[in-house]
Design a protein around this ligand. Structure first.
Ligand code: HEC
Length: 199
């Protein structure tokens, strides 16, 4: 027999099965403060992983480093999917370079290196065509949650635009992206020349 309580419970169950559960749609595009600083994309560790560089050295200042370093590269998922289909980055792409120190001996590890828990740097490369004259801009975060844009005169821009294999990004070092760019024919002409010359 249905008691009042049972009927009430049944009513509640029915009610809640029709209430849409609010799922916040996390946008992974860039967000800025009122004064034009980039907000730290806090969830970048849930993005798509592209690669890890180990002790890569491409600027004189980094030579003669007395400790080993890793850098991990992540991209927002929407832009990753777009790249897989098109071989290029869409507007609102964000690439994150996270720097970590290398640890040697620890726990059972005797040889080789693993990554330390302390983040030593975080740099973001953002494509925002309407906002930046050069379409892309760099931001370097220290411990703050917001960062100012790196001035356009900085070497970041010249090295990336001269040497990045796809649209100022270093796709030649991202092992799953390079074959896609190759097959879609989106590699920069300077990179293609370099690659042809080094064979
Ligand atoms: C002399 C060349 C050079 C300069 C200068 C340089 N970079 Fe890069 N950058 C690279 C290379 C090479 C990679 C690929 C790293 C890897 O494979 O792990 C890279 C990767 C990156 C990435 C990952 C996304 C991408 O574009 O491929 C970010 C973000 C980044 N650099 C930020 C910066 C910032 C910020 C500066 C300036 C403060 C800077 N870079 C200066 C060579 C350079």
């Amino acid at each position: 027999m249905l008691t009042h309580t049972k009927i009430f419970l049944l009513f509640l169950v029915t009610l809640f099965s029709f209430v849409p559960f609010p799922t916040p749609a996390p946008s992974s595009g860039p967000e800025y403060t009122a004064n034009g600083q980039l907000k730290l994309p806090e969830n970048y560790r849930e993005w798509v992983y592209l690669s890890t560089g180990f002790d890569m050295s491409y600027s004189p200042a980094m030579q003669g480093m007395d400790h080993h370093m890793f850098d991990n590269v992540f991209v927002n998922p929407e832009s990753y999917k777009y790249f897989v289909e098109n071989g290029t980055w869409p507007d609102k792409t964000m690439l994150v370079l996270e720097v970590r120190g290398a640890e040697g001996k620890g726990s059972i590890n005797q040889k080789g290196n693993y990554q330390g828990t302390e983040r030593m740097g975080l740099e973001v490369h953002v494509k925002d065509e309407a906002r930046f004259p050069g379409k892309w801009a760099f931001f370097g975060f220290d411990d703050n949650k917001t960062a100012e844009m790196v001035p356009v005169k900085a070497q970041c821009y010249s090295c990336h635009s001269a040497n990045g294999a796809v649209d100022t990004t270093f796709v030649q070092f991202y092992p799953t992206m390079l074959p896609i760019a190759k097959s879609k024919g989106t590699l920069s002409s300077s990179y293609q020349k370099e690659a042809a010359g080094s064979k």
